[in-house]
Design a protein around this ligand. Structure first.
Ligand code: 8YV
Length: 298
């Protein structure tokens, strides 16, 4: 049985079948041939150096920003992820955050649970109809968000590496997109290329009536700049499912009533997490049987 390293805890419905077919360990060992990690997990060069026989890294998530791809290519280590199966769930959470921030749903619920009823005391919210959603990163998830928000009456603009053959407005720069957007929605991959792309300048372009939504990676947003923008009300609100140093969420964000905060639950449904687990299993089985990978990254 090939030895697999599972350095952090993963759901039982993934670890049980993994243990049935592999020898699973939780600390690095020289005979490890496969590594299974959640999306965004930092696979360091030190860890890779401790695994001389590593053949495959299977990411339980779509985002492989924590995996050093050049080093994997150099060493011939294959990398897989779990795309597509989580697209709808993550897009649903982005849509929920747009609704929660615009209609102040969290605050309204707390208001009622606190024993109150509006009677003029609860502030009016903002409608979605006619507003502009600016999507940064129009990949599979970005497009699924765009379709959902179109159905809510928003107009779609986007920025990414290049314009696509789509009926939506392309903005050449992120600043231009932020200026145009009522909701700036981060849906791009994480990693060094996008680190802190949403900075103080972008937030200032988003403006006092703008909302930032992030369902991608916390690293894309300069969180300190975001806290400042929320505290100084230079943006209206933020809806976040991801944070720069998960699971740490700055107290300043927790204190902010104009921020809706979720604990990285974009793909956290029974159906999707099981489909992700199946992809991890199928990729590993294919690899150890010398068959083509289902969802190869490298
Ligand atoms: C998961 C994710 O939270 O897919 C990703 O990249 O970040 C999420 O779907 C994670 O991978 C599950 O542990």
């Amino acid at each position: 049985m090939p030895t697999l390293l599972l350095p952090v805890s993963l759901p039982d419905f993934l670890t049980q079948p993994l243990r049935a077919q592999h020898d699973c360990v939780s600390t690095p060992q020289v005979d490890v041939r496969g590594l299974v990690v959640p999306g965004g997990y930092a696979v360091t060069e030190t860890l890779l150096a401790a695994l001389p026989k590593l053949e495959i890294i299977s990411v339980f998530g779509v985002g492989y920003d924590g995996v050093p791809l050049p080093l994997c290519r150099q060493r011939g280590i294959r990398v897989t992820n779990t795309p597509d199966v989580l697209t709808d769930d993550v897009a649903d959470i982005a849509t929920a955050l747009v609704l929660m921030t615009s209609r102040r749903l969290g605050e309204a619920e707390q208001h009622l649970r606190g024993g109150a009823w509006p009677q003029g005391a609860f502030p009016l919210a903002h409608a979605l109809r006619g507003k502009i959603a600016g999507i940064f990163g129009l990949g599979r998830i970005g497009k699924a968000i765009a379709h959902r928000l179109e159905a809510h009456g928003l107009k779609i603009a986007y920025h990414g590496r290049q314009p696509q053959n789509l009926p939506w407005q392309y903005c050449d720069t992120l600043i231009e997109l932020a200026k145009a957007a009522d909701f700036l929605i981060v849906a791009c991959p994480g990693g060094p290329e996008t680190r802190h792309r949403v900075n103080a300048e972008v937030l200032s372009a988003l403006g006092a009536e703008g909302t930032l939504i992030n369902i991608a990676r916390g690293s894309v947003v300069d969180e300190a700049a975001l806290v400042q923008a929320l505290e100084n009300q230079t943006i209206r609100s933020a809806g976040l499912d991801v944070f720069e140093n998960e699971p740490q969420v700055p107290q300043a964000l927790r204190n902010c009533r104009h921020a809706v905060l979720l604990p990285h639950i974009g793909s956290a449904t029974h159906e999707t997490r099981r489909a992700m687990a199946q992809l991890v299993l199928d990729n590993l089985t294919a690899h150890f049987a010398d068959q083509p990978l289902l969802t190869p990254v490298v």
